[in-house]
Design a protein around this ligand. Structure first.
Ligand SMILES: *Cc1c(COP(=O)(O)O)cnc(C)c1O
Ligand code: SF4
Length: 360
């Protein structure tokens, strides 16, 4: 059997996926129907990580479209976390008092099959014009309560470094904004884009107090290829604190061993695990969603196995836009006055918990 070739271009059409051996010829028609509903892109870097002999390959499962996406469950919605209802001006989502999302574009290097914004991403018309970006930044500048701007998309690191640098400078010029956070999948999906020029663009100007942070979307330990590790090192060496976001996905990372390997690999690469997201109710994604009880059991397993700095917070973004909340597991049992240890044994804490604080 000949070794499959790795394509040199991003694959976007069902026929290209079939030619690369990523979908069976009999699935081309169904995948064409999927591609008409949701954007498709698979970069050569990700194809190189896929084991095409494994029908359940966890990398392929995240990026190669499947007929399962044609089934929309009744609870799923086009705008699962209410971005659109919380958007006062184009390109801004304002849900919390102290921070906003800024989405300068809706283009990504790859399109994840479980994406919560899948009904909107990939639309070139989603790129803000200069006037729209001005209006979005004017919205931030007019609200002194806003301390943090979170640049997401789409993927903001798809912008040319010069545009990123201009954005950093403009946000840095708004006196009440203290933190500028970028969310990106580029270090995983297209690590060659993380050049020294890009890393430099993500540095604040001398004399500015703006703190820049970067959160990387990573779901499986195999995503941390040599090129991705080099990209993360370049960003960390440029002085950016790195965080990770992982989506808990059935058939991709819903096992304690895989999550353990992932969190350890992140910490080794100077990335602090931040969130483990329960998947949102995006259309055509029910085959990816575990139950919350399964997610909690995985979090318990991690607590028993891993260092505190390797623990993500398991969160749910409440459908409709009520916000993100941690969904456990909890270790304190109020009724029994007991606390559970990392391996699940219960310990009595009644006396200690109810002892009154002595008068001063
Ligand atoms: C997720 C999200 C944020 C960021 O939340 P953090 O908990 O600070 O990471 C901010 N605004 C909106 C609208 C969001 O969806
Ligand atoms: S990189 Fe993020 S925004 Fe883009 S498709 Fe994947 S999950 Fe969606």
């Amino acid at each position: 059997m000949s070794k499959p070739v790795v394509p040199t271009q991003t694959l976007r059409r069902a026929a290209d996926l079939a030619a690369a051996g990523l979908i069976a010829p009999g699935h081309v028609e169904a995948v064409e129907r999927v591609a008409a509903l949701y954007s498709v892109a698979v970069t050569p870097s990700l194809v190189a990580l896929m084991n095409r002999a494994d029908p359940n390959d966890p990398i392929a499962r995240q990026f190669v479209p499947s007929a399962a996406e044609l089934m929309t469950a009744p609870e799923e919605r086009r705008d699962p976390i209410g971005d659109e209802t919380h958007s006062p001006v184009r390109g801004i989502v304002h849900r919390y008092p102290d921070r906003v999302l800024l989405t300068p574009l809706l283009v990504c290097p790859v399109y994840c099959r479980f994406c919560f914004r899948r009904a909107r991403v990939g639309d070139a018309d989603g790129t803000l014009s200069e006037a729209e970006l001005d209006a979005a930044l004017a919205y931030v500048a007019a609200r002194p309560d806003l301390r943090e701007v979170i640049v997401t998309g789409g993927d903001p690191l798809m912008l040319p470094p010069g545009r990123i640098k201009a954005l950093v400078d403009r946000v840095g010029a708004i006196p009440h904004v203290e933190v500028l956070r970028f969310h990106s999948r580029v270090p995983v999906a297209d690590p060659e884009r993380v050049t020294d020029e890009l890393a430099k663009a993500l540095r604040r100007e001398a004399g500015s107090d703006l703190a820049l942070w970067l959160a990387v979307h990573v779901n499986h330990p195999r995503e941390l290829s040599a090129a991705t590790r080099a990209a993360l090192a370049r960003l960390a060496d440029a002085g950016l604190p790195l965080l990770s976001q992982t989506v808990l996905l059935k058939g991709v990372n819903d096992s304690p061993e895989i999550l353990e390997d992932l969190m350890r690999a992140l910490v080794r690469n100077r990335v602090r695990p931040y969130y483990l997201h329960h998947p949102d109710l995006a259309p055509g994604t029910s085959h990816f969603r575990p139950s919350i009880a399964e997610g909690q059991a995985l979090m318990r397993a991690l607590r028993g196995r891993l260092s505190g700095i390797a623990q993500p917070t398991y969160v749910l973004d409440i459908p409709g836009g009520a916000g993100k909340v941690p969904i456990g597991p909890g270790y304190w049992n109020e009724e029994a006055g007991s606390v559970s240890d990392p391996v699940g044994r219960s310990h009595d804490y009644r006396g200690a918990a109810s002892r009154p604080v002595p008068d001063q």
